[in-house]
Design a protein around this ligand. Structure first.
Ligand code: FES
Length: 109
């Protein structure tokens, strides 16, 4: 299995570089384990809390893909903070094609 690098930009502007195995683990789980600020993952990946909300860098949107219908229904995702490049990081499975991915952590409420 390959190792990939994902860059997460926190709300304080600090860029955190994460090395992870591309084994299908979610970006939320990886970010939480490494202490990325703003990624809480309160519901454990169940599309119910949006405390794992990120903005995908536009250059990566097509590769990451759009949210599915369940993700789109997450209550907080329809709020003011939602943008066209919003994703729940618990729904982004780390895979080899995502090597170099860059996302920004969405502001908390
Ligand atoms: S961890 Fe709750 S929606 Fe992602």
């Amino acid at each position: 299995m390959s190792t990939i690098t994902v860059t997460m930009v926190q709300q304080d502007g600090k860029e955190v570089s994460l090395e992870a195995t591309a084994n299908g683990t979610s970006l939320m789980e990886t970010a939480k384990a490494r202490g990325v600020e703003g990624i809480l993952g309160d519901c454990g990946g169940g599309c119910a809390c949006a405390t794992c909300h990120v903005y995908v860098d536009p250059a990566w949107q097509e590769i990451v893909g759009p949210p599915d219908s369940i993700e789109e229904m997450t209550p907080d995702m329809v709020a003011d903070l939602c943008r066209s490049n919003s994703r729940l990081s618990c729904q982004i499975a780390l895979r080899p094609e995502l090597d170099g991915l860059k996302v920004t952590v969405a502001p908390g409420e």
